[in-house]
Design a protein around this ligand. Structure first.
Ligand code: F6P
Length: 541
């Protein structure tokens, strides 16, 4: 492996004088060679600095990391989440046709299908009005209480699929900040609202606290019949029963579905309620098609593998510490936040599967906002800042608003213009000529040209799809899941645990008494000073 890493570094050094624009001049066919399409989803990575040798070397790296074998291990249910001793089978939640997936000697597919049917009949009854409120009315609103993986996926997908909504309105509460639940419930009527408590563990303090607040809100209006307005999604059926959720309203899943990979099963219940069975199933089948592609396409024509290798090239070889997710799709506004959890909770690891320190940077920082809004905010840094940020654009050929197709044309024009501008930049000569045309005095031309120069040669990839349908959304999310897996395999880390979130959780439990008057002189001066400020008390030291 080390030999290949050093070949990549050498190759980068050897070719770094050639710009991305030069690569297009040298190869008229570059777009065809450095783009790849499957089932209508196109990945264009021709606007990166990768050439054929670089790409082949990256593929060799993937082979040496035994990526094809690792892919098969995941899909067949091996316990690849070694620190938790679990299989990783979110893919089974969307497996189609006659799939068989064995875990501990048992095929898990019949159970998954049974739960899906239960979810569908519950959602169907809610949508049709057959499932009545405690007072015999129709449910108008659904509030999902969850956080992290029990929130971000459904939030992101509900917004993404807004044109398909024809069920009750779905709302989300995640933050333990009382403002979140207050602002949500303030506009709603407990008489016609269903609360879903979504938590894989059913112990997450934010979710449990918000659930208590919501249950009290229901009880104040409905008394003992509040439980008729409750449902839960969890792996911990004993705890849901303790909270008084009727068992027929509890949708379970197994621990081999990671929280951030869970929207395909019961955690996706609010999506199903919002868009209905057909659309939810179309989302699953989009993901299943990507699963099939990931397992069967050769590495050179495999979208998730390519996206992963491009990520490795940018972070480990080019040294770019972050990547920006830039959907030119307002309804993907929460995709960057969703991918932050998917990517950074999965690959923000500093030790290998064996517990040894990783020898190179692992998961990059992921951030982003929808275009075109980002253009008027942070793109300045993308174009002229001192850090290079590889950009990942997403754009549909068509929007859902035929009457506003002229606006969609403008959206597409902006998206393409940005990747062109990042790549081409503006030379100092061009900047000088521009300054001159604007009437800048000869003496000031040099200074002004410096400000108007864009270095260019900044990489981007573009994902293009026909329209943001449920199917396309499924493909896109599964593509990113498998990209994260590809990178994790190459870094030799476990992408499926999240020990790094534990310490803060434990300390928060310890901290609470201090904010309620207890003393603890063992805390540091900063913590004690802040406790004093936040409680209006005198500092303990
Ligand atoms: O704190 C991180 C985390 O454990 C995530 O991995 C998870 O998605 C989230 O909390 C919520 O967990 P749960 O679904 O168990 O409430």
């Amino acid at each position: 492996m080390n030999k290949i890493w050093s070949e990549l570094v050498k190759h980068h050094r050897r070719t770094s004088a050639t710009t991305i624009a030069n690569l297009f001049e040298m190869d008229q066919n570059r777009f065809n060679a450095f783009s790849c399409e499957t089932d209508g989803l196109l990945l264009d990575f021709s606007k990166t600095s990768l050439d054929e040798t670089g790409l082949n070397t990256l593929i060799e790296l993937a082979q040496q990391a035994q990526l094809p074998e690792r892919i098969q291990e995941m899909f067949r249910g091996d316990a690849i989440n070694v620190t938790e001793g679990r299989a990783v089978l979110h893919t089974a939640l969307r497996a189609q046709g006659g799939a068989v997936v064995m875990v501990d000697g048992e095929d898990v597919i019949p159970g998954i299908r049974h739960t899906l049917q239960q979810m569908e009949s519950f959602a169907g009854a809610l949508r049709s009005g057959e499932l009545k409120t405690a007072t015999g009315a129709r449910f108008t609103d659904v509030v999902n209480i969850g956080i992290g993986g029990s929130d971000l996926g459904p939030v992101m997908a509900t917004l993404a699929l807004a044109p398909y909504h024809d069920g009750p309105r779905c709302h989300y509460v995640s933050n333990v900040d009382g403002a979140d639940i207050t602002d949500c419930l303030d506009g709603l009527d407990p008489q016609t609202t269903l609360i879903i408590i979504a938590s894989k563990s059913f112990t997450t303090i934010e979710t449990m606290t918000n659930a208590e607040t919501a249950i009290a809100w229901l009880r104040a209006a409905l008394g003992d019949r509040a439980s008729e307005h409750l449902a839960a999604v969890s792996t911990a059926m004993d705890r849901t029963a303790e909270m008084g959720i009727p068992p027929e309203r509890v949708f379970g899943f197994a621990d081999w579905v990671g929280g951030r990979y869970s929207l395909w099963g019961p955690v996706g219940l609010p999506i199903l309620i919002a868009v209905g069975r057909e659309n939810f199933r179309a989302m699953l089948s989009g993901a299943a098609v990507m699963d099939q592609h990931f397992q069967s396409a050769d590495l050179r024509h495999n979208l998730p593998v390519l996206l992963g290798l491009i990520g490795i090239w940018h972070s480990n070889i080019c040294g770019y510490a972050t990547r920006a997710i830039l959907p030119y799709e307002q309804r993907l506004a929460r995709l960057p936040a969703y991918l932050q959890q998917l990517d950074m909770e999965s690959n923000g690891k500093r030790v290998t599967l064996e517990g040894a320190p990783v020898s190179r940077a692992s998961g990059p920082i992921v951030w982003g906002e929808p275009g075109t809004n980002g253009q008027h905010a942070f793109y300045q840094l993308l174009h002229q800042g001192t850090q290079v940020v590889p950009a990942e654009f997403l754009i549909a050929a068509e929007g859902h608003e035929p009457k506003l197709s002229h606006q969609h044309d403008l959206l597409k024009a902006n998206c393409l213009a940005q990747s062109e501008a990042l790549m081409r930049g503006r030379s100092t000569e061009q900047a000088r000529a521009l300054a001159q045309s604007r009437g800048i005095a000869e003496a000031d031309l040099g200074r002004m040209a410096a400000h108007l120069t864009f270095p260019g040669n900044r990489p981007s990839v573009t994902l293009a799809y026909p329209r943001l349908t449920p199917f396309a959304l499924g493909q896109i999310i599964a593509l990113y899941e498998h990209r994260v897996f590809t990178e994790g395999v190459i870094w030799g880390i476990n992408s499926f645990d999240q020990w790094g979130v534990e310490l803060g959780k434990e300390l928060a439990v310890d901290m609470l008494p201090l904010l309620q008057g207890a003393k603890d002189a063992s805390k540091d001066g900063s913590t004690l000073g802040l406790v004093a400020k936040l409680t209006g008390s005198k500092p303990a030291i």
